[in-house]
Ligand binder design. Structure first.
Ligand SMILES: [Zn+2]
Length: 126
């Protein structure tokens, strides 16, 4: 596991990338790294990590059913870093019934108790 490529497509190994965050050894210090680690959490089925990295005001009642999607790869399109708020645009690919499909999102992240957390999707790039 630690030596295979990281699911977030960073080009690093899982052990040198998102596994550090998913295991709790470290916490991502940018919203983009957090977003990547959350994608890896969806791939590896890590519900506790998804809850921990979701803003408590917007975190849904997650269950194992939310992890049914077979995610295949991730592309970060662009990101904008702020002091208390950051935005990351990405395309996440998954296996659909007739081949690969894509989910496009512009995500809002906020600093909450000194840590980046996912808030919600935005309609458009601000
Ligand atoms: Zn990664």
């Amino acid at each position: 596991m630690p030596h295979r490529p990281c699911p977030c497509c960073s080009g690093k190994t899982f052990g040198q990338c998102c596994q550090l965050y998913l295991s709790g050894k470290a916490y991502p210090n940018t919203a983009e790294a957090l977003m990547r680690s959350r994608f890896s959490a969806f791939v590896t089925g890590n519900l506790p990590y998804l809850r921990k990295t979701w803003h408590p005001d917007t975190c849904p009642d997650l269950s194992a059913d939310d992890l049914d999607t077979r995610w295949t790869r991730l592309e970060v399109v662009r990101s904008k870093r702020g002091l208390k708020k950051s935005i990351v645009e990405f395309r996440a690919y998954f296996e659909g019934e007739s081949g690969e499909r894509e989910m496009h999102e512009i995500s809002l992240f906020r600093l909450y108790r000194k840590r980046w957390v996912y808030v919600e999707p935005l309609q458009e790039w601000p």
